[in-house]
Write a protein that binds this ligand. Structure first.
Ligand SMILES: Nc1nc2c(ncn2[C@@H]2O[C@H](COP(=O)(O)OP(=O)(O)OP(=O)(O)O)[C@@H](O)[C@H]2O)c(=O)[nH]1
Ligand SMILES: [Mg+2]
Length: 270
């Protein structure tokens, strides 16, 4: 049986045509938004309005019973997503330095970072492709005895950075161990990466090759940096934010963590 295509016309609030096509009735609003994004640069936080109703992403075109005069309006939501970033890694991996360099824009001397014994977060605004995101960066203690507690902080995370020092292979092993330990404890769509610090030093034990191989095996990206270089640190967060924006063009699609009641974040400072 032939399925009849549905004519779709999408306008910007100015009346200009943003997208026009005939699509199958089974096409969801989410799929339509993807096609619109491919057709032009309308920004990431988009939603569709029909009449006075904002459409949910799962709605299908067929279920809307459209008639020939119906048009969709493409609305850009003013939205500043709050992105929860969790830093995990063994002791002396450089997590506190990464958090501090990112949020303050400068590396504070070595003596300034005693081993962390609790969890705390710092917030910084990052602008990417004209969009602002409020990055909430959670630093955790690397001490092994506290790992089971730090795992609780995966709840509601949008990004997890597994931090290690390139100076010590053991540090990479610890990051790998934590990554494996964390599997299944967060939304599978969380943006994950390995971050190797101490790149400014000469006597590095860890080679880029082995990090690249591990990242491939673990299906995540990697960045080799120095926390002494704020621009490199910013680039790590920017690149993860770009991936986050690509994956979650709509804030309503963002992962809510493994929290069964769907709360975005339920963290507490220890
Ligand atoms: N030269 C250099 N030193 C770094 C770098 N990153 C961190 N450090 C230093 O390495 C030491 C350990 O860094 P921290 O940030 O405290 O490590 P951590 O992962 O927070 O450690 P815990 O709190 O014990 O889990 C500190 O003396 C930092 O100043 C880097 O990229 N280059
Ligand atoms: Mg620390």
């Amino acid at each position: 049986m032939m399925v009849e295509a549905v004519p779709v016309r999408v306008l910007l609030p100015s009346g200009q045509v943003a997208y026009e096509a005939s699509l199958l009735p089974g096409t969801s609003v989410e799929e339509l938004l993807m096609k619109i994004r491919q057709a032009g640069d309308f920004g990431p936080w988009l939603s569709l309005v029909l009449g006075s109703q904002k459409l949910s992403s799962a709605t299908t075109l067929g279920s809307l019973k459209l008639n020939a005069q119906d048009v969709f309006y493409l609305i850009q939501q003013p939205f500043e997503p709050k992105v929860k970033v969790l830093l995990l890694g063994g002791s002396m991996a450089g997590k506190t330095a990464l958090q501090s360099t990112f949020s303050s824009g400068q590396f504070v001397g070595n003596y300034e970072y005693p081993a962390s014994i609790g969890v705390d977060f710092q917030t910084a605004i990052l602008t990417e492709g004209g969009n602002r995101a409020r990055m909430q960066v959670w630093d955790t203690p690397g001490n092994e005895r506290l790992h089971s507690i730090t795992m609780c902080f995966l709840r509601g995370a949008h990004m997890v950075m597994f931090v290690f020092s390139q100076q010590r292979r053991q540090s990479l092993r610890e990051a790998e161990h934590l990554l494996r330990m964390a599997e299944g404890k967060y939304d599978t769509r969380v943006v994950r990466c390995l971050v190797g610090t101490h790149g400014d030093l000469d006597d590095l034990e860890v080679t880029e090759d082995e990090v690249a191989r591990l990242a491939e095996e673990l299906n995540c990206t990697y960045h080799l940096i120095s926390c002494r270089r704020p621009a490199a640190v910013d680039e790590v967060f920017s690149s993860c934010l770009r991936r986050y924006l690509e994956l979650y063009g709509n804030p309503e699609d963002a992962p809510r963590g493994a929290d069964p009641d769907g709360k975005r974040c339920s963290c507490q400072i220890m």
